[in-house]
Design a binder for this molecule. Structure first.
Ligand code: SF4
Length: 428
């Protein structure tokens, strides 16, 4: 339940949902800092503190580097879209309302839509589309899992409170005396420091190269089916260690393999996702096992869901022919800009200051967080607020099973991206 109380005469919010990574923790306490900004009083992490405590600045919109009114900037953006042969709507770091407005404008303007993190997410989507997968939700993992395998991802960077909220929780919804948990890190240099507390039994690390995780999971699939492997090592890891991992996996009542597709940044990274997913599916013949893909930052789950609701397809959709067309290679925004297939980039980044547009010399309209670290001046820049700080909104969690309401926490003149996009559409 959201709640609000007064502290020193100013609004102080409890159970605030945080939009700064995909797990969307909804237990933060945020209030005035005393020096004009916001302060995270409880349940923050480095990522959320950087987001909520970013100072409020309200710069003017710009056209060709010169300050203009919001109306003039909107009119200039509308003219660019109207005159564009094929506008590319990219970035798309926003909540549900912002993405709905993107879809509407892209349809009117005959453009294509693609999120900044699509290249990473498609390592998952390709597998889901081609061979299927069996995944779980954060809530199910939190309440049921007794074994977590963290496959190659440093969650303290991407989703800093994952262990605190989902793995180390002492209480469970289904048991007064929930079993202890084992956490196994598969990879090198992965931060284990957040895995602690009475709920945790063993914490193990199996050091291996990230690009050999698929090989290890494929070998485990074979061993699970009764094949014997005589090599001394599997994927660079002693065979006995992998046999122990498989034995622990078989003994678990509910195992969960966690990965972040961003970590599999090498040729054939999607094949590692596929190896994980096939292993999980086959493990369910004898026990309960599920995958849990994480990441989901920069509003990516919201963008993908809204695109699917409204067009029938996930991201990388074109409206150039007046109806939605889906092609994951052809409508890759970065590829289209590099090939000069798109002649205008409309970039939306409303959470942080580092989601910058790809380097392109096509004219660019940026709806962005003030202070966005742009390497070149866009044709039009319209500063927008952050959902969950400057205006209300809604965001979809990385497991795609819930959306959470976002609050307006401070007085700000920054408009929402949804309002700006609607104004641009009205001016087309
Ligand atoms: S883990 Fe993610 S959602 Fe939770 S507080 Fe940190 S940035 Fe926000």
């Amino acid at each position: 339940m959201e709640s609000e109380k007064s502290r020193n005469g100013a609004n102080h919010y409890e159970n605030v949902a945080c939009p700064f990574c995909g797990i969307v923790c909804d237990d933060l306490e945020v209030g005035p800092s005393g020096s004009g900004g916001l302060k995270v009083f409880k349940n923050g992490c480095a990522r959320s503190i950087a987001g909520f405590e970013r100072p409020l600045v309200e710069p003017s919109p710009q056209f060709d580097g010169k300050n203009v009114s919001l109306e003039e900037a909107v009119a200039a953006a509308a003219k660019l879209i109207r005159e564009s042969r094929l506008p590319v709507f990219g970035g798309l770091a926003t909540g549900v309302e912002g993405m709905r407005a993107v879809m509407s404008l892209a349809e009117r303007g005959g453009g294509i839509v693609d999120h900044a993190l699509s290249a990473l997410i498609y390592r998952n989507v390709r597998v889901m589309q081609s061979s299927g997968w069996l995944t779980t939700s954060l809530t199910e993992a939190r309440n049921r899992a007794d074994l977590f395998v963290i496959a190659g991802c440093d969650l303290n960077q991407s989703n800093p409170r994952f262990f605190e909220r989902i793995v180390c929780n002492e209480a469970s919804m289904f048991s007064d005396n929930p079993p202890k948990r084992t956490v196994i890190f598969l990879g090198e240099g992965l931060d284990q420091s957040a895995v602690k507390g009475p709920r945790i039994a063993d914490v193990l690390t199996i050091p291996c190269k990230i690009d050999r995780i698929g090989e290890i999971l494929d070998a485990m699939r074979a061993m699970q089916k009764g094949a014997s492997i005589s090599d001394d090592t599997i994927g660079g890891v002693p065979r006995a260690t992998i046999e122990d991992l498989l034995a622990r996996y078989k003994a678990a009542a509910y195992s969960v393999v966690v990965w972040n597709p961003a970590s599999f940044d090498f040729a054939g990274g999607d094949l590692t996702v596929q190896a994980i997913c096939e292993f999980i599916k086959e493990s369910n013949a004898t026990s309960r096992s599920a995958g849990l893909p994480l990441g989901g930052n920069e509003g990516q789950p919201s963008a993908a869901s809204v695109c699917a609701w409204q067009s029938g397809y996930p991201l990388r959709v074109s409206f150039a022919n007046g109806k939605p067309e889906y092609d994951i290679e052809r409508y890759d925004a970065a590829r289209m800009l590099a090939a000069k297939e798109g002649d205008l980039l409309v970039w939306l980044a409303s959470f942080g200051d580092d989601l910058v547009p790809p380097d392109t010399d096509v004219p660019t309209v940026v709806l962005g967080t003030p202070g966005l670290k742009l390497s070149r001046k866009p044709k039009v820049f319209i500063p927008v607020g952050t959902p969950g700080i400057d205006h209300v909104g809604r965001i979809i969690r990385v497991d795609n099973v819930v959306s959470l309401p976002l609050r307006k926490l401070r007085h700000s003149k920054l408009p929402s991206a949804a309002d700006v996009l609607a104004s641009i559409e009205a001016a087309l």
